[in-house]
Design a protein around this ligand. Structure first.
Ligand code: VGL
Ligand code: ZN
Length: 196
């Protein structure tokens, strides 16, 4: 069984949003078309409380700077995807007739880039169990952003034993200080297939 995982195609990551990814909305037609070709479809939604510790204004430091957290270095972001806001909603053109919608990043003290684990890389979201219960052995990842939530999800999928593919044409990157090149190298080294 093959699953399509669509990461964080939300207004705040699209043009005009609080943490806009260049061309973020351009991935939508390809993702919508792909949804019919998979046995299971998963959407994720970055879903932060308003006082989330990854927000630069909460931490009192510059956006895109890095601070130490108990679980490791954490990049600080402009406030984005606050629970229940228009920015946290899926882009209106995205198909939302998925099998499951997984929200992540809800805990104040820890970020969650990956759909599988919070940023301590050990606290599970439950997605692996869901996929295994559905008989899924292979996952294709799409969405935003290539170098953060997509890459971390792909690396975890491979680590968990799923055959992992990233459809690069259905992703767009933030690309902060070489983060895209690093993410691509890490994904290749982990055996993730990059296509598109
Ligand atoms: C993301 C930064 C902060 C992402 C989410 O979806 O890639 N990036 N929160
Ligand atoms: Zn976030």
């Amino acid at each position: 069984m093959d699953a399509l995982i669509v990461i964080d195609v939300q207004n705040d990551f699209c043009p005009g949003g609080a943490l806009a990814v260049t061309g973020g909305d351009r991935v939508i037609p390809r993702i919508n078309a792909a949804m019919d070709r998979f046995d299971a479809t998963v959407l994720t939604q970055d879903w932060h409380p308003q006082d989330h510790s990854s927000f630069a204004d909460v931490a009192g430091a510059a956006p895109f700077s890095t601070v130490p957290m108990p679980y490791g270095p954490q990049t600080l972001w402009p406030r984005h995807c606050v629970q229940g806001t228009a920015g946290a909603a899926f882009h209106p053109d995205l198909r939302t007739d998925a099998d499951i919608i997984l929200r992540k990043g809800m805990r104040v003290g820890i970020d969650s880039y990956s759909a599988f684990f919070e940023n301590d890389r050990t606290t599970a979201t439950g997605l692996a169990g869901y996929l295994r219960d559905r008989g899924v052995t292979a996952v294709t990842l799409t969405g935003l952003a290539t170098d953060y939530c997509v890459a971390w999800s792909a690396l975890d999928a491979a680590r968990l034993g799923f055959a992992a593919t990233v459809d690069m044409a259905a992703c767009r990157a933030i690309d902060l200080d070489g983060s895209l090149d690093r993410a691509v190298a890490e994904m290749r080294a982990a055996g993730v297939t990059l296509e598109g």
